[in-house]
Design a protein around this ligand. Structure first.
Ligand code: 13P
Length: 285
């Protein structure tokens, strides 16, 4: 059942759980997310990085929206981290129900103007917008931000930004990292509490791969209602394919693909339980 990202996140906020948004690249990723969400009776989001959109085009978007429509649980489809107006316009035209307008590499005022413009564009199509202030470090799909370039979300700037842009959700940077955490994760929960106190739209935490359960739970208590997950699921996919090909016997392509789906599914099910969304699909009916 395809529903709007706005509704997905509003109910999650009201009921104090978080929705998992999983980056996908192909049919195996889509199947893994949909089947894990159905097995867990959980809402979930299919998310596509711009690099994945460039690779898969409107066919990949159509596959995601079709899979979400026919799923037994509530799902939405979002374009992740895009700083390109043409990619956003393309995604909206192709039928995505939400986009992330990511101007976080720009100076604050420029980010604000870019996000305001992208929000007008998306809202005109009935789509929701997530944006980011501060800048998350780490690597994802050939986009790398060094620790030196990273910047924490300023709570006062967040207020000005949300009021001026009218975005529907805000991704915060509080020490979270895209990709692997090379040392013990350290999240600035005081900063998150300040942002929550000042802003009443849904808050999002990127870089959820590798965050321990206590940090996930504390983040939800402080208002996070969407977690982005990519690295752990993608690594599981790669590992599964590698393992199957290092065996002696010749392998079948379909078997390789479905083995990877099952492996990814297990990781996604664990995340859905961790985020508290397992068993919550019925809240959306
Ligand atoms: P991870 O790859 O660290 O899980 O982060 C995913 C993400 O934030 C996508 O936007």
């Amino acid at each position: 059942m395809l529903i709007s990202t706005k509704t997905l996140l509003e109910i999650a906020t009201a009921k104090s759980f978080a929705v998992g948004a999983f980056n996908i690249y192909n049919l195996e990723g889509v199947k893994a997310v949909v089947q894990a969400a159905e097995m867990s009776e959980s809402p979930a989001m299919l998310q596509m990085h711009p690099a994945s959109l460039r690779y898969g085009g409107s066919g990949l978007v159509a596959m995601c929206t079709e899979a979400a429509k026919s799923a037994q649980v509530p799902m939405s489809v979002q374009l992740d981290h895009s700083e390109s107006e043409s990619a956003i316009a393309f995604a909206l035209e192709a039928g995505m129900s939400s986009i992330m307008a990511d101007g976080s590499s720009m100076p604050f005022q420029e980010n604000l103007e870019f996000t305001r413009k992208m929000t007008e564009l998306a809202h005109a199509k009935g789509a929701a917008v997530e944006a980011e202030i501060g800048r998350i470090s780490g690597s994802e799909d050939s986009l790398t931000v060094t620790e030196k370039e990273a910047k924490m979300t300023d709570p006062q700037q967040a207020v000005e930004f949300v009021a001026a842009t009218k975005v529907d959700a805000l991704a915060v940077t509080i020490g979270n990292v895209h990709g692997k955490y090379y040392s013990k994760p350290k999240l600035d929960f005081d900063r998150l509490a300040k942002v929550r106190k000042l802003i009443d739209i849904p808050l999002v935490l990127h870089g959820a791969s590798g965050l321990p359960a206590d940090m996930i739970h504390r983040s939800i208590d402080l208002g996070i209602c969407k977690f982005n997950v990519n690295t752990e699921v993608r690594a599981t996919y790669m590992e599964s394919v590698k393992t199957i090909f290092t065996g002696e016997r010749s392998v079948d392509l379909l078997e390789t693909m479905s083995t990877a789906v099952v492996a990814m599914q297990a990781v996604i099910c664990t995340k859905l339980r961790l985020f508290g969304s397992a068993g919550k699909a019925g809240l959306y009916i």
